[in-house]
Write a protein that binds this ligand. Structure first.
Ligand SMILES: CC(C)(COP(=O)(O)OP(=O)(O)OC[C@H]1O[C@@H](n2cnc3c(N)ncnc32)[C@H](O)[C@@H]1OP(=O)(O)O)[C@@H](O)C(=O)NCCC(=O)NCCS
Length: 159
């Protein structure tokens, strides 16, 4: 299948916002029992209010009608006792039908570019099991820690 991916701001309160929030919630709910689908919907809504400040939320779409993936940048990604200043790339998820075709890389790269455009320098994230993937495009491991007793890796993308 060939398709063109377009990365743009997540439209708030849209079908895509609900689908993206559901994907992100389903992906993290076992790791973080305090997680809540409303958290993602709020991030998408806040992102749409003021494009000149964080949070920001991106949607990758294929042919206007299919959501291929999502990503955000938030000031605080609810990592207990985080020592890193943020901001954080968060809620990265690619629709399984579109995996392995650089949608994830494009989303994360654009998220970092936009955060820098808003004046942020180093950008952080934490991941359960795809640190190797992030290392393939400029991210470095900072430390290993736990969230709700599940191991995660904190990473940074430095200017
Ligand atoms: C991780 C994820 C976002 C990647 O999205 P994607 O669009 O498939 O990624 P890309 O196409 O940009 O990159 C895929 C490439 O990375 C490679 N890759 C995937 N996982 C990897 C890993 N753990 N370590 C190293 N390389 C990896 C693939 O082999 C592929 O390489 P290729 O292009 O040479 O074949 C996607 O698999 C996903 O949504 N996973 C579930 C949610 C998740 O883990 N999100 C991250 C939360 S921190």
């Amino acid at each position: 299948m060939t398709f063109d991916i377009v990365i743009s701001d997540m439209p708030a309160n849209s079908e895509f916002a609900h689908l993206g929030a559901q994907w992100a919630f389903d992906d993290w709910k076992e790791t973080d029992p305090n997680d809540d689908i409303q958290w993602y919907l709020n991030v998408y809504s806040e992102s749409a209010i003021d494009p000149s400040s964080l949070p920001l939320s991106l949607a990758a779409t294929a042919g206007n009608d299919q959501l291929a993936g999502v990503a955000c940048v938030v000031l605080d990604d609810a990592l207990p006792d985080a020592i890193e200043p943020g901001p954080w790339v968060a809620a990265v998820f690619v629709n399984p039908e579109f995996r392995g075709r650089s949608v994830g890389k494009q989303l994360v790269t654009e998220a970092v570019r936009r955060a820098r455009e808003l004046g942020h320098t180093d950008v952080y994230l934490y991941t359960r099991d795809v640190a190797h993937w992030y290392e393939t495009f400029g991210w470095e491991r900072v430390r290993e820690t736990h969230i709700h007793n599940k191991p995660i890796t904190v990473m940074v993308n430095r200017v």
